[in-house]
Every structure is written in C-alpha cells, then in structure tokens.
Design a protein around this ligand. Structure first.
Ligand code: DC
Length: 199
C-alpha cells in the first residue's frame, strides 16, 4: 500500500506529536522533515553541499532539537538549492511501501501535492511560545517567555515569507487549530481524517 499523510504547520503547533501518534495508530512510517533542515544547519560550512551530502545517520546527531538549531534550520531552509537537494529523499520516503506520514512546512504544497490526507496544524503564536517555554522549563527556562515568543514570531516570519516553498496551507488541507485543544483531542481529530481517507 502506498498512502501518504502530509502534516504541515508552524513551529510548536503540535505537528510532531500528532504525526507520531497518527503513524503509530495506523502503522505508518514517520519522517520529521524539519530534522533534515536542522541537520543541514548544524553541519556548518556550505549548506548546499551539506544538503547534497546528507545521509540518514546525520538525522541522529545530538542537539538538533534545540531552539538555536531551529533558527539555523529556518535560515538554510530559505535557500532554494538546499530545498531542491532534499526533495528526492522526502518523496522516496513518502512513497515507501506500507504508507508514510511526513511533517514539515511544504509537504502538502510542494513535496507531496497528491498526498492522500493533508492536515495543516496551527495555533496562535502566544500558545506555541508558551508550549516551547514550558518545554524549556517554564520559570526555570534559560530564557523568559517574551524571548521565546520573539523567536517563534521571527521563525514564522521567515518561514511564511520566503520566496521558495513558503509555509502555507494547501488549498485542500484540513485545518486543525490546536490553540484550545488538548493533545488527545487534536490527535483524535487528525486520526479521524486519516481513517476517513483509508475508508
Ligand atoms: O519543524 P522544525 O521546527 O523542526 O523545522 C525547522 C525549520 O526547518 C523550520 O523553521 C523551517 C524549516 N523546514 C522547512 O522549511 N520545510 C520543512 N518541510 C520542514 C522544516
């Protein structure tokens, strides 16, 4: 079976949690495509050469989940040659036997425009910044909430306004705003869309 679920949305909207849960529930493989850009950003040197040489083991490097790695990823992701170098890997993953869930920014619009299910997961910048800040330790976090909010807004701005494959919902994506949803309810809504598509 070839079956592709595309899950896009801004940072900290809940894509990762929802994608992992959908993959587990339906027995699909999962690719967090942000990790590709994070790995390229973390390699240093020429990002285009890094993207062309990227191999799966690079996705397991330590530190890729940090806020700094996210900012570096967002910068290299604005380079068209970097994006181009990563297309084939993502499309091959999407078409693997058994089905796949890919989460990112441009999966439903550019990488897999023919995906069987497209979800655009979003939440207000304030809610997303608060989640990130709590993940970082809340009152014990290394930076105040306002600084995390500024970073979230900066990344949104860059991801939504870049010329190549900007962050936006595909015309046929189902919108899922998680601002006021529990994790369980968000996962339930996403699984319902996938179940409907699987028939
Ligand atoms: O989902 P994430 O926070 O790990 O993504 C890190 C950055 O990578 C994000 O700010 C933009 C970029 N990215 C992208 O441009 N396209 C994707 N499909 C996934 C991520």
């Amino acid at each position: 079976m070839i079956f592709t679920v595309a899950i896009d949305g801004p940072a900290a909207a809940g894509k990762g949690t929802i994608s992992r849960a959908v993959a587990e529930r339906f027995g699909l493989a999962h690719l967090d495509t942000g990790l590709l850009y994070r790995a390229v950003g973390a390699m240093g040197g020429d990002p285009v050469a890094a993207a062309r040489a990227l191999c799966p083991a690079d996705l397991d490097r330590e530190g890729l989940r940090s806020l700094e790695a996210g900012q570096a990823a967002s910068r290299v992701a604005a380079i068209p040659e970097v994006r181009k170098a990563l297309v084939a890997f993502q499309r091959d993953f999407a078409r693997r036997e058994g089905g796949a869930v890919l989460d990112g920014r441009d999966i439903g619009t550019v990488i897999c425009p023919g995906a069987d299910v497209k979800l655009f997961v979003t939440a207000s910048a304030e809610v997303r910044a608060r989640r990130r800040w709590l993940e970082l330790g809340g009152e014990d976090a290394p930076k105040p909430y306002d600084a995390v909010l500024a970073e979230v807004q900066e990344r949104d701005e860059r991801d939504m306004n870049r010329a190549d494959a900007p962050l936006r919902p595909a015309a046929d994506a189902h919108l899922l705003d998680t601002s006021e949803l529990s994790v369980e309810d968000a996962v339930r809504a996403a699984c319902a869309e996938v179940a409907r598509a699987l028939g």
